[in-house]
Design a protein around this ligand. Sequence first.
Ligand SMILES: C[S@@+](CC[C@H](N)C(=O)[O-])C[C@H]1O[C@@H](n2cnc3c(N)ncnc32)[C@H](O)[C@@H]1O
Length: 282
Amino acid sequence: MTLQDALAAARARLVAARISTDEATVDVDLFARRILGWDRARLLTELRGSVPTGLEPQFTAWVDRRAAHEPSAYIIGVREFWSLEFAVTPAVLIPRPCTELVVEEAVALLSEHPAWRVAEIGTGSGCIAVSVAHSVPGVRIVATDLSADALTVAQGNAAQFGVADRVTFVETSYLDGIAGPFELLLANPPYVRAGDRPGLSRVVQHEPDVALFGGESGLRDITGVLDAAEATLTTGGWLVMEFGYGQEQDVRELVEARAGFEVVRVRDDIEGIARTAVIART
Ligand SMILES: C[S@@+](CC[C@H](N)C(=O)[O-])C[C@H]1O[C@@H](n2cnc3c(N)ncnc32)[C@H](O)[C@@H]1O
């Protein structure tokens, strides 16, 4: 059997498990390259050769897990974000490309104000705080999460990217017990409505509830982040917060109900969906 035959059989297996052909192709290629330590060019040149020793039994085990709709990031244990390869486990949300908008806005603000004190609420894998610290030399960030297991993953990522001395991780709700004030707050809070659970993809259903669900309205933690901003953000400070599909109006109303808070801009993601609110305290 050639490597090409083995990859085709694995692809067929995933398609039979109702994974799209495009996704199956990407995943099978990713699994093989990851296990063999090859780049795509090497995989292509070796396709007509025999199945390399070392591919199995890992390859079949990973294809089995993917056929059960486990996300490929949990299977291989990493996901790229902000051009860094973050370790991920089922204790953390898998970083999404749209969340890079939060990092982009934070880096732009901090490039003008490198001494600002920064906090992130709900750090998960640490992808936001670690990416910001990696891009802005000298910046210090306090990053919180309710989940001790998530914080262990985040700490590992901070160490991996050389920022462990500048990102302090704290197990708490929002910013409870943390002495502010801060000039910049960052958050990608859980924002899925509890009632939307049945419509989530089988992949998303593998992610932790605590990272996904924002109560009946989906707005519980967005409100919690705004309360924390009211309690800890300086006048002249900023909050950059991601929110869910269809929540822009709700976010605007929640922000504008607070004296001195204003939505300065909302960023759309690559699909044109409003995703990120950049909020000023004046
Ligand atoms: C949507 S995930 C975001 C994770 C990561 N920041 C990212 O963007 O990929 C939300 C995170 O908030 C955490 N979380 C939920 N409720 C929280 C609370 N009350 N206080 C702090 N963290 C919370 C969850 O454990 C989860 O890690």
